[in-house]
Design a protein around this ligand. Sequence first.
Ligand code: NAD
Ligand code: MN
Length: 497
Amino acid sequence: MSNAYKNFIAGQWQDAASGERFDNINPADHSDQIGTFPKSDQREVDAAVTAARQAYKSWRLTPAPVRGDFLKKVGDIMVARKEEIAKLMTREMGKVLKETRGDTQEGIDTAYYAASETRRLFSHTAPSELPNKMNISFRMPVGVAGIITPWNFPMAIPTWKIFPALACGNTVVFKPASDTPATATVLVEILAEAGIPAGVVNLVHGSGSKVGNPIVEHKDVNLISFTGSSSIGKDIQARAGAMLKRVSLELGGKNGVIIMDDADLELALDGVLWGAFGTTGQRCTATSRVILHDKIHDKFVDMLVKRAEKLKVGNGLDESIEMGPCINEGQRGVVEEYVEIGKKQGAKLVCGGKRPEGSQYAKGTFYLPTIFTEVKPMSRLEQEEIFGPVLSVIRVRNFDEAITVLNDTVYGLSSSIYTRNVNQAFKAIRDIECGITYVNGPTIGAEAHMPFGGMKETGNGHREGGWQVYEFYSETKTVYVDFSGKLQKAQIDTEQV
Ligand code: NAD
Ligand code: MN
């Protein structure tokens, strides 16, 4: 018997009314089942929202620094359970231990940052235009937050949303991705263990259509924070928009690295390998395009292919493994489809392009690190998010062409330039249309206290992480206090002054 996980509603671990369950398996070893999870629907969403609405009454009045003390405790428990969480995460979604430890650490950093933010949550005071009058503003929570997350950062992404939501005084209904419900359950367990009152955080397992949809459309859910694909994000924005809900979207990417002819090629090589094949290319910030200066093109491609061919693919629980499997059969199918598209559109396959051979790979959804060169700007391989270990190399003649190619996609999440030329670096920082630009570093590596997010179809303008996310999770209240003892009329009584 494998673990029978539950929903967490109103402080109680409970099954779904449907009585049905779904499986969660290890993508590196399909014989390893992590557990079964309740297939929930509208009924559990309704119960969770009711509990969150009820708990909101007292949570919003709990002093913010006291809310912060809970979050500090959450961070402490995560520290103690870090290794256990990392192992579970590797089992349920396949990325290697080094990365699942990092994913957990990002949650820990976010907990401590959120705890400290509860002693800031600054607002403005400003002078009044009238005498004996004071103008103040402060933050209020928004209400019940609906939180819907993807599977590729099963700990970090939920914490980016849940911790600031709680810090600001909101209560939460959380639906994790159905590929990674176990890590999400541990996170909620920890929140409960830290003593966060019943109903403040509720967890509902299930599908996007049966659980995600009802959260988005529930009249008592005041805001939605969603990370996932652009197509579902657009749909959520439209439906939540019709109800005038606040929505934060973090969506797809097609991130590029520019490598100029003066770059430190060894440094760039390490960055490209880590960016492209870390998490099997299944990061929203994954490097999926290398924009290479003609002068160093052939040399760099040689270096890149030699190293990529040697990457050790396998079960991420083995510390020597460098790249795990694709998350599931469907996602590997997408990768295979794009490899065919690349070949048909005339790109040159120089590495991988197939599943690894050998019986040790038979029980998982593995795919080899894959590189295409001579990829044409605006071709499908160059434009569309693949979310797998497929890297496209594009040849350019100069800096301006590199920037044009980098910007010419619908996405605008992460980007990078390798160069030793300071002027070129600053021009790139100024001209790249992305929410994140790295100089002499890979496209991945966000830190918890800096704003994270993208431009164009990567999102709708909000940011996660850093100080900005606290604005998303709070309303501004403006207060005028008139201590003059008489009626003073703004804009009218000011005329005589
Ligand atoms: P997905 O869009 O398939 O699913 C994301 C979540 O939405 C899941 O929990 C899913 O169950 C839920 N969902 C599905 N349909 C829904 C609906 N109709 N209503 C409400 N919820 C619904 O994405 P995924 O496959 O889990 O993750 C991969 C995608 O996420 C990629 O496109 C990737 O770029 C993106 N991503 C973006 C960021 C970022 O910060 N920009 C970070 C990680 C992943
Ligand atoms: Mn899984």
